[in-house]
Design a protein around this ligand. Structure first.
Ligand code: C2E
Ligand code: CA
Ligand code: CA
Length: 716
């Protein structure tokens, strides 16, 4: 069974793939170009030789004598022009049609003449046999004419034409080869003409080995049958040795030719397969380059190219277009709740939904749960509302929100990257804003956007030219209200924009991964301030430093801190590391390592903003902190919400149970301060005790007795 499978494959019985089919077909037709060209030259030469050798004949005598050469020449010419046209080397179809018509007429003339001249006394079968090459030539010319009339555009469906032409031409070649050689043999000469034509035909019939094996086999048999009488005669004259030898030679020759045609086929098939896999690989690469790997829709590379083309196209009315930035809010919670896999499936479904709602517009996934669209401004809001309703209708236990920012490109040379960035910025402005789901980029937004760009572009200058100031906010013991420490908070005093608060620059610097520059600057200033105070002989309180999660990724934060305490000679327990709860939810590898290192080094670590996120209690369970800073959101409606005190009390007790100290932030009223003190919260921080202030102000207040320095041990 296997052998039969192999044989059918080797002989070309198996169906080719589309690519292999076209490849073989084309190489075969390319071969036909050269082969038919050679035949034309040869035949022209034969015709000239014939005329030169027989001077003084009449035209009809020349004509009759040269009909075979003419047929051969004409068929080669037809095949030549057909192949050249098929491959596309020559574009005009007129020449081909005229040629085909001329050959048809010439062939008819030759047929009529042959029948007319030789008709007398000949049986019909011999007559038909006598014009067999005329018939083939006629078929070739007719086929070519039809080809030019109907299908001059190249299409794989017409491959059959190419192969049929090659077969017909090969049959003519073989026929003449056999006839000429038999004529030669009968005069005791060689079979070279047959040999040449066999090789010739083998080259033209490569695309299906079984076809060439069949045609070559029949030709060999036919030749042998015609040759046999003279071989036999010769054999008898030579005493019986010749026939045996020649038969073997002949058989071996046949095998060689058949093997040759099969092996050329094999070679081409392998080349084609290699080519095909290369082409496939290229296609895959091309696709991957413009495809988003998670959702399968387009990626930003494609989107930017596509929208750039649309913007530049004079046919696009850009005044009616917007770039949309779409964002699913709170998607992280979805991931936390249902797992990463479900999150991915959700995003994929959402991507397809967006494509459905904007079927004719470029849509792409930018990153995470962010998508971009370039669409008509008129329907943009309405369409995003449709998606929003589906997103919200879909929600099960997780509260998801869907927001869109829009940016109208002001000119044709708008950079799509900047346009999507602006749309994204507009979208960021309505983050967590209830009942505000669509924001268009306007002048006011533009000012904010430029401020943002300014911040990103000027952080280095701000650090180098001392725009960054450190403010200190007092932290007091809840029982004595004595100062037990400070929190260092950054301020940016800018020559252009004036006073910038952290709310303006911290998120931007985090987004653009520049936050470590600011933090390194703040840490150094704090240490420098401390050293100066110590040198002045002042009593120093511990200062807590805010670390961004990115600090541990973007710089060697631990190394930096170690270097600073050594440089300024500061006791380790005078610096506390504040890490926000939200930092502990993703990409923990680096952070965990850093926390471990800090602990080994002897620093204390405080958990900032406890209760502001979603995974609070897990964080308490999984990590060791010295102090828990309870987020000020618990105090926002302390008086009105009866649950708030209960929850606060519970958290403080819980912290105590698991061996952590607690601090409550945002204390603004005496009432809350007293409550917290009663509940056992050790430290308090808030406007009640003081806003963040410059070092000089803090020193003045200590000096004037507003803050009393605690006698308690400073540790923790
Ligand atoms: P945070 O770490 O939670 O800092 C406390 C914030 O609450 C400070 O805002 C402070 O001024 C404010 N605050 C303190 N007491 C009260 C109060 O009684 N009522 C009210 N309403 N607010 C109070 P600020 O200074 O604007 O800082 C905001 C946030 O910016 C900080 O929140 C911190 O996350 C971040 N941040 C500030 N400085 C830095 C820094 O140097 N590095 C890093 N990475 N982040 C910083
Ligand atoms: Ca803090
Ligand atoms: Ca905080």
């Amino acid at each position: 069974m296997r052998f039969i499978g192999w044989l059918t494959e080797e002989l070309g019985f198996k169906r080719h793939t589309g690519y292999l089919h076209r490849y073989l077909n084309e190489t075969n037709i390319r071969t036909a170009v050269y082969m038919s060209f050679i035949v034309q030259i040869l035949e022209l030469w034969m015709i000239i030789r014939y005329v030169l050798k027989r001077p003084g004949l009449s035209f009809s005598e020349y004509f009759d004598g040269e009909t075979n050469y003419l047929i051969f020449f004409c068929s080669a010419l037809i095949l030549f022009v057909f192949s050249v046209r098929y491959i596309g080397y020559y574009k005009s179809r007129t020449f081909g049609r005229i040629l085909a018509m001329a050959v048809l007429i010439l062939d008819l003339v030759m047929i009529i003449r042959k029948l007319y001249v030789n008709a007398a006394g000949m049986p019909a079968s011999s007559l038909i046999w006598g014009i067999k090459y005329h018939i083939i030539l006629f078929a070739m010319a007719l086929m070519y004419h039809i080809y030019e009339l109907k299908f001059s555009k190249m299409d794989s469906r017409y491959d059959i034409y190419g192969q049929a032409m090659n077969v017909l031409f090969a049959v003519i070649c073989l026929g003449f080869g056999i006839e000429t050689s038999i004529y030669d043999v009968s005069r005791g000469r060689q079979i070279l003409c047959f040999v040449t034509m066999i090789v010739f035909a083998a080259c033209l019939l490569i695309w299906r080995p079984y076809v060439s094996v069949l045609i070559l086999g029949v030709s060999f048999l036919y030749f042998y049958w015609l040759w046999y009488p003279s071989l036999n005669e010769l054999d008898q004259a030579m005493g019986g040795k010749v026939l045996e030898g020649d038969r073997i030679n002949y058989f071996i020759f046949w095998i060689v030719i058949v093997m040759l045609s099969i092996s050329i086929y094999q070679q081409r098939r392998q080349e084609a397969a290699k080519d095909e896999s290369l082409i496939e690989a290229n296609k895959t690469l091309e696709r991957v380059a413009v495809e988003d790997d998670l959702t399968g829709i387009h990626n930003m590379l494609w989107f930017n190219n596509e929208t750039e083309k649309l913007l530049r196209d004079p046919g696009t009315d850009i005044t009616g277009k917007v770039f949309l930035f779409l964002n699913v809010e709170n998607f992280k919670t979805y991931n936390d709740q249902f797992g990463y896999q479900a999150g991915n499936e959700y995003l994929t479904a959402l991507a397809l939904l967006i494509c459905d709602v904007f079927p004719d517009d470029p849509v792409a996934r930018q990153s995470d749960d962010h998508f971009v669209v370039f669409t008509d401004a008129g329907k943009a809001e309405e369409k995003t509302e449709i998606i929003r309703r589906l997103v919200k209708g879909d929600e099960s236990e997780v509260y998801l929100e869907f927001k869109a920012g829009a940016y109208r490109p002001p000119s044709r040379d708008t950079d799509p990257r900047i346009a999507t960035d602006c749309a994204r910025y507009a979208c960021s402005l309505i983050k967590n804003k209830f009942n505000n789901n669509y924001m268009e980029y306007n002048e006011e937004v533009d000012r904010g956007f430029h401020k943002r760009q300014y911040i990103v572009n000027h952080i280095d200058r701000a650090v180098n030219e001392d725009y960054i100031k450190v403010y200190y906010q007092p932290v007091v013991w809840s029982d004595s209200r004595e100062l037990c420490g400070c929190e260092a908070l950054a301020r940016w005093v800018d020559p252009t924009y004036g006073f910038l608060s952290p709310g303006e620059f911290i998120p931007v610097l985090e987004e653009y991964r520049q936050i470590h520059k600011l933090d390194a600057c703040v840490f150094e200033q704090v240490c420098r301030d401390m050293r100066a105070c110590m040198d002045e002989g002042r009593t120093v309180v511990p200062v807590s430093l805010n670390f961004s999660r990115l600090d541990f990724e973007l710089m060697d934060a631990v190394g930096l801190l170690e270097g600073l305490i050594e440089k300024y000679d500061i006791p380790k327990d005078y610096l506390h590391v504040e890490i926000t709860e939200s930092a502990l939810t993703e990409n923990l590898g680096v952070l965990e390592e850093a926390m471990q290192k800090l602990r080994e080094d002897g620093f204390t670590i405080w958990l900032d903003d406890f209760g502001s996120g979603y995974s609070s209690f897990n964080v308490l369970k999984d990590y060791d902190f010295d102090v828990v800073k309870i987020d000020m959101k618990f105090l926002t409606n302390f008086g009105s919400n009866s649950k708030s005190p209960v929850i606060l009390d519970a958290i403080i007790k819980l912290a105590d149970h698991i061996g952590m100290l607690s601090l409550t932030e945002g204390v603004e009223s005496e009432e809350t301060a007293e409550f917290l003190s009663r509940s056992g919260c050790g430290r308090l921080q808030g406007y009640l005790f003081g806003r963040p202030m410059p070092l000089e102000e803090l020193e003045d207040r200590i000096d004037d007795g507003t803050y009393k320095l605690s006698k308690k041990t400073q540790i923790l």
